[in-house]
Design a protein around this ligand. Sequence first.
Ligand code: NAD
Length: 497
Amino acid sequence: MSSAVTTQISELQNYVNGAWQRAAATEYVDVTNPATAEVLARTPLSTSADVDAAVQAAVDAFAGWRRTPPGERVQYLFKLKNLLEDQLDELARIITLENGKTFAEARAELRRAIENVEVACGIPIMMQGYNLEDVTPGVDEMQIRQPLGVVAAIVPFNFPAMVSYWFLPYAIACGNTFILKPSERVPLSMHRAFELLEKTGLPKGVVNLVNGGRDVVNALCDHPQVRAISFVGSTPVAKHVYTRSAASGKRMQCQGGAKNHVVVLPDADMDLATQVISDSAFGCAGQRCLAVSVAVTIGEAQKSFRDSIAHAASTIRVGNGLDVGVQMGPVITKESKQRIESLISAGVGEGARPIVDGRNAKIPKYESGNFLTPTILDRLPSTSQLANTEIFGPVLSLIHASSIDEAMEFLRRSPYGNQASLFTTSGSAARRFRYEAPAGNIGINIGVAAPMAYFPFSGWKESFFGILHGQGRDSVEFFTESKIVVERWSRQETRKF
Ligand code: NAD
């Protein structure tokens, strides 16, 4: 497949008030293909003036958009779904070019994005309130849901398209106007998505795109007319955005980093466990917030699982995600590659054995790419620093425990709570795990327990700050304000008719 970007852009523009505009930026970040080091475009680091222009456009659009009936609002989303389906392969290619994941992974990401558009098309039902007649004789009471106003989303590099769709469709279907700040490292997919949004004929100002980095984020957090922020990224930035936005009274949902555990019991179907855990740990080069990062084996599972996962890891085909047959792409930047390699070395320094070692990988034809191959660190001490450090790369650590109690204790000590999985054929072990595991997304014989769009994407502890999550019913509650009306009409009035 060709590696040229079809969207002919070198310096990206913002989309504000229904038009593409140059940012008032003086600094730029190169968007680089992680497999080839080719520079694809330049992201402007927009300023607070650019943010202000987008907020103003969104404020102006809000009055008309909230009065547009929900049934009409979702017509634009039906159009968007069709455009996304038509452009699926082109969009997937852009994702692979800027992020490095394989073409198949990029297509799968887009399917999840489209699923959120489909669910948001149900807003005329999902947004309904409830009521009760005669709370006292002749008095009725109702709850209605109203949009908040201007809302914004700030998203990470690892899903250049999907994460924005956890928020955008629900926000606008509920009658809000919306501002997106994509990751400055992978802005091309959402640039293309906004070209498609433009084609739907959405009124100007309903959706706006501001490219940039930290300054844009801080300006959004501080802006008095932004009512809510959805954030997805690393834990330190999630905490920063949560506290800074709280200072200006915003509603927040901030999804942070992760360190996900899988517990493998000796009664598990080892072939299934190996295949699914290998996909989870090394898919998207381990750059998924639901990637399994630590496998805790119990009893005899230690040897059988270690041998089979080592074999699986060492046979994964690594390369340019656009090449046929490639199963794992590069990591996002040279700095990420160095950070991951030094964390592997730190784990070895803490006593782990690298039974499959992906450091210093060289991929023929792609010597400039940011490649590592899968790594397995056996016998990582459960008390080591690495055991609780997010690596965000293709590294699986193995820890042995003598019982489920010991494994659970280990999970409880983790600062993160995005996902925990169990592999077993025992129903009672599965029930106990579901009941006790301290994480927001639980997998039973599942490696990536990613909730479908009609369920919220949960997350606990340092993996989530807020109350209402993205997707599903939580999304509708997050993007609307609840209003209670208590109503009495005089009987005199009724008698007139
Ligand atoms: P990141 O935190 O570096 O960046 C996320 C966003 O914050 C970007 O848009 C970036 O421009 C902005 N940002 C970065 N530094 C900032 C700062 N100092 N001040 C203000 N804004 C700043 O995250 P990333 O590297 O793009 O993504 C990877 C991280 O995201 C991992 O930790 C991963 O676990 C997490 N993640 C979590 C979920 C989830 O659902 N919990 C999903 C995807 C990714």
